[in-house]
Ligand binder design. Structure first.
Ligand SMILES: Cc1cc2nc3c(=O)[nH]c(=O)nc-3n(C[C@H](O)[C@H](O)[C@H](O)COP(=O)(O)OP(=O)(O)OC[C@H]3O[C@@H](n4cnc5c(N)ncnc54)[C@H](O)[C@@H]3O)c2cc1C
Ligand SMILES: NC(=O)c1ccc[n+]([C@@H]2O[C@H](COP(=O)([O-])OP(=O)(O)OC[C@H]3O[C@@H](n4cnc5c(N)ncnc54)[C@H](O)[C@@H]3O)[C@@H](O)[C@H]2O)c1
Length: 450
């Protein structure tokens, strides 16, 4: 392919900071419209020293390894169930953590490699450097070997995502791991305490238990804040039946290492300090945007004082030639399809006369708990608050997967809840589904709410 030349006074038409879901989607689309594009991607090692290749959070330390470990746990469950379907499964089935990590990491490396090939094929320049603003059209890429490169561009896209947040208590950064480390952990995690009861906390505790490890979730206030309460209760019930323990209303205060190598965790519960011993402590207390590391002031960029994220209007920041997509946006869902769609639509609007804007409402999402919970639209409480109770109708259905009966699996946590609006325009306001493959199923309904 002939090299693409930039159309103006700058080195590039578009400079993308962050080679993750949103940045790569926008870069690939823009180059398809004949624009000269450069992508900067750089991973600062985690507190434990973990690092990874191009592709961002989803590919390296997010959706992909998480989904693979979730699948490994489901397979273990199926192996045991297979006996009741006539399979002669030996009594001593064993699991090897190191083999799983190797398989997962090999898959990630293949995705990293394919991404680099795609960038080369599409004539997108990839710079493995950490981008820092010098002014609104100039970014300095700082390489691992200390070298620097000044790059100018007409448009700049910020797609730097975020990294795990560490709560402030003694021993946290020193002894705890995060989702950045779990998928490449070289030794089995053993008895694990997961601090935080959001998506990551429940998903990690779920697959660790499924792989045979003791797993405890420490919950500061509520499990899965913002999700439908009836459904969350079912997710919790299912996880407890599978052996996950929940410590509710507890806040961690200290982690220290014992002479035997175990981690002693202290927490505040019922006004007294309680404690427990674990092999691994995984912190999953939300994520922090990597916006301040960009030196945003140098470009005149404003960040939200509380979230530290960028507030945008149609993905445009307060500086007209600088845009942002993905996890770095204030009050937008931190989800891969959201980052990808926003990046693609932005490129189409900037470089191909596109008119379509990103719709951040009614985004389908799934919590990959052992029994998956997929949902789209409003929760029952949100629907009542918005429309009042007499204007909505809520349909409840227990769903009994036939395949659960032979191995005598509990069917009572499989559930479907649909919330509808009775008055015009009479529509579905929310759909919530817990059951096998809920993640795949619910995606198909996202469009139904439009
Ligand atoms: C454990 C886990 C599981 C998840 N599971 C799901 C899921 O099942 N489904 C789902 O939809 N979402 C999931 N997510 C969320 C999803 O991964 C993110 O929403 C998505 O990756 C955000 O994309 P992004 O482009 O905004 O940023 P990212 O994918 O995070 O990419 C940003 C990139 O920019 C790089 N970077 C940062 N600063 C700079 C800089 N100054 N210069 C150069 N490069 C820089 C980063 O190192 C990174 O490579 C999960 C997240 C985690 C942590
Ligand atoms: N399946 C998916 O789509 C998926 C999976 C994983 C992550 N994600 C995305 O990544 C984002 C981050 O996930 P997450 O689980 O880290 O965040 P989250 O915001 O979902 O949950 C954070 C949890 O930590 C708790 N917490 C916060 N500070 C604490 C403290 N100091 N002590 C104790 N508990 C504390 C919160 O109460 C909450 O329960 C999510 O918002 C989601 O958008 C999506």
């Amino acid at each position: 392919m002939a090299p693409i030349v930039s159309s103006g006074q700058y080195d590039y038409d578009l400079l993308v900071i962050g080679g993750g879901s949103g940045g790569l989607a926008c870069a690939k689309e823009a180059t398809g419209f004949g624009k000269k594009v450069v992508v900067l991607d750089f991973v600062i090692p985690s507190e434990r020293g973990t690092t990874w290749g191009i592709g961002g959070t989803c590919v390296n330390v997010g959706c992909i390894p998480k989904k693979l470990m979730h699948q490994a746990a489901l397979l273990g469950e199926s192996l045991h169930e297979a006996r009741s379907y006539g399979w002669n499964v030996p009594n001593s089935i064993s699991f090897n953590w190191e083999s799983l990590v190797e398989a997962v990491q090999n898959h990630i490396k293949s995705v990293n490699w394919v991404t680099r090939v795609q960038l080369r094929d599409k004539n997108i320049e990839y710079v493995n450097g950490h981008g820092v603003f010098e002014d609104a059209h100039t970014v300095v890429a700082k390489m691992k070997n200390g070298k620097e490169r000044r790059i100018t561009a007409k448009d700049i896209l910020i797609a730097v995502g975020g990294r795990p947040h560490y709560p402030d208590f003694p021993g946290c950064k020193e002894y705890c791991i995060t989702s950045d480390d779990i998928f490449s952990l070289s030794t089995p995690p053993g008895n694990t305490l997961v601090i935080g009861a959001g998506y990551i906390g429940l998903e990690c505790a779920g697959f660790l238990r499924g792989l045979g490890y003791e797993a405890t979730v420490m919950v500061r206030s509520v499990i899965l804040r913002g999700f439908d309460r009836d459904m969350v209760n079912l997710v919790q019930a299912e996880m407890e039946e599978k052996g996950v323990k929940f410590l509710i209303g507890k806040t961690p205060t200290k982690v220290s290492k014992q002479p035997n190598g175990k981690l002693l965790v202290e927490w505040l519960g019922n006004k007294v300090i309680e404690q427990g011993e674990f092999d691994t402590v995984l912190v999953a207390t939300g994520r922090k945007a990597l916006s301040k590391e960009l030196n945003p002031l140098a470009a005149g960029l404003e960040v939200h004082p509380e979230s530290g994220k960028f507030t945008v209007n149609a993905e445009q920041t307060n500086v007209p030639n600088i845009y942002a997509v993905g996890d770095v946006l204030h009050e937008r869902p931190e989800l891969t399809p959201v980052a990808i769609q926003a990046g693609k639509l932005l490129a189409a609007r900037l470089y191909n006369g596109g008119k379509e804007h990103m719709d951040y409402d009614n985004v389908a999402t799934t919590v990959f708990s052992p029994l998956e919970y997929g949902c789209v639209g409003l929760t029952e409480d949100e629907a009542i608050n918005r429309f009042t109770e007499d204007k909505i109708e809520v349909y409840h259905a227990y769903y009994k997967p036939t395949e659960f009966f032979i191995p005598q699996k509990n069917v009572k946590n499989c559930y479907l809840k649909v919330i509808t609006l009775l008055e015009a325009p009479q529509k579905v306001l929310g759909m919530h589904f817990i059951g096998p493959q809920a993640g795949e199923v619910i995606q198909g309904y996202a469009a139904a709410l439009k």
